[in-house]
Design a binder for this molecule. Structure first.
Ligand code: F3S
Length: 415
């Protein structure tokens, strides 16, 4: 792999030990993936922030790296951590857990990474332009950046994202290249995909279909479109999060949406070697909706909710009061905006709580006494049983609001 003189100097330690370690990691990854050189990135999004996921070893690794003294040279943001930094006490997080989580955040801040603590940096202030190279780590954010914004990023791991932050570079391979972005399979959708939860179920099914495609699955999706208006982005976020979870997809081409598919749709479609048809979402909905027993919590906002999502939930609640805890996960900046505009207070009167900095998948759910949840997120429904042993009801946002208001799941039964 070709390194420029400047990059070789970083490797040799000219910009400090931390940046040298970063260049070592990036060079090794570049060699593994057959990258020809490095590409400059406009922003970085770092995952592996929750202490619940990285544990003591991860914390020690980050603190050691931070002690080396190097700082991010491009805008770098953090994925959700394990707890709400402001409201941890009322939500039931233990002080011991919060102390560990704060150490993780401090170490990352020491590396110059901003504590945005969200998987939707594009709702805060970091939205790359079409064609821009970035190094993002959170799987749903990667899918959104590549497929909706037209940026170029691989699915980074925690350490490789930090390495990209400290150098402003990432190895040029896979989704950074034209050939790596070619579709592997056409997916013709021949059923209605109306709500965001439907898009999540569709994403889950597509992920399963393309997961074994040679060279990593890149679907080219036809015959389906997101709704117009404020639900459009929520639908697209849910679609990508679903397939990122079930099939490790980092890029989908959607006719009329993905910038490359808009510009060269017919040419791209010809590259796909395989074709599948999705005629119904039932299989996906049933696989994700495996809840049993008494509902502890209704949890929505995976990926993190946008300001428009909050307004929509408020409308659905219609001033009625939730009978079980109703958590809406979002970015702290979005929560602050909701507090300023009165939306947070109105949601609170309906028994809904805005939870920031974390989410239902990366928080220590058992420590919070949560065993059975309802959600409208295919990604959360996919991971919660394996990550937390949780029992999960999956359905539309409307069904989730109903469940919160009645205190029990009344959506489609577990098949
Ligand atoms: Fe975001 Fe957590 Fe879901 S990081 S995409 S809310 S699993």
């Amino acid at each position: 792999m070709k390194l420029s003189a400047k990059q070789r100097a970083i490797l040799a330690g000219k910009q400090g030990k931390g940046a040298s370690k970063a260049m070592e990691i990036l060079s090794a990854l570049g060699r593994i993936h057959g990258a020809r050189d490095m590409v400059e990135v406009g922003s970085v999004q770092v995952s592996g922030v929750s202490y619940n996921n990285i544990g003591e070893h991860g914390l020690a690794f980050l603190e050691e790296w931070a002690d080396m003294g190097s700082q991010a040279v491009v805008t770098a943001t953090m994925n959700p951590g394990g707890c709400d930094r402001r409201m941890w006490k009322s939500l039931g997080f233990s002080p011991a857990f919060v102390r560990k989580q704060e150490r993780v955040i401090k170490a990352l801040e020491g590396l110059g990474i901003r504590p945005t603590l969200t998987c939707t940096p594009y709702h805060v202030d970091v939205a790359p332009k079409s064609g821009e190279h970035v190094a993002w780590a959170e799987s749903s954010a990667v899918c959104f950046a590549n497929s909706v914004l037209g940026a170029r990023t691989n699915r980074e791991g925690g350490p490789s994202a930090i390495a990209a932050a400290l150098t402003g570079l990432t190895p040029r391979h896979t989704l950074h290249t034209d050939e790596g972005r070619l579709p592997t399979r056409i997916i013709a959708v021949k059923c209605a995909v109306t709500a965001a939860a439907d898009a999540g179920a569709l994403g889950y099914l597509i992920g399963r279909l393309v997961s074994s495609d040679k060279g990593g699955g890149v679907p080219f999706i036809t015959r389906v479109q997101p709704p117009a208006g404020p639900e459009r982005l929520t639908w697209l976020k849910a679609l990508g999060a679903g397939m990122a979870a079930s099939g490790s997809v980092g890029l989908y081409h959607l006719e009329g949406v993905t910038p490359e598919a808009v510009a060269h749709g017919a040419k791209l479609a010809k590259a796909a070697k395989q074709k599948s048809v999705v005629k119904s979402l039932d299989e996906g909905r049933q696989a994700l909706n495996r809840g049993k027993g008494k509902l502890d919590v209704v949890a929505v906002g995976c990926p993190h909710a946008s300001p428009e999502d909050l307004t929509r939930i408020l409308r659905l609640l219609n001033w009625k009061k939730a009978q079980v805890p109703f958590w809406i996960f979002t970015a702290e900046d979005v929560r602050k905006h909701a507090e300023e505009t009165g939306v947070a207070a109105a949601l609170g009167r309906c028994g809904a709580t805005l939870v920031a900095d974390t989410c239902m998948v990366v928080a220590p759910l058992k420590e919070l006494g949560v065993h059975t949840l309802a959600t409208d997120s295919a990604k959360a429904a996919f991971y919660l049983p394996s990550h937390h042993g949780a029992s999960v009801y999956f359905g539309s946002l409307e069904e989730n609001v109903e469940a919160a208001l009645s205190g029990s799941w009344g959506g489609p039964p577990h098949a």
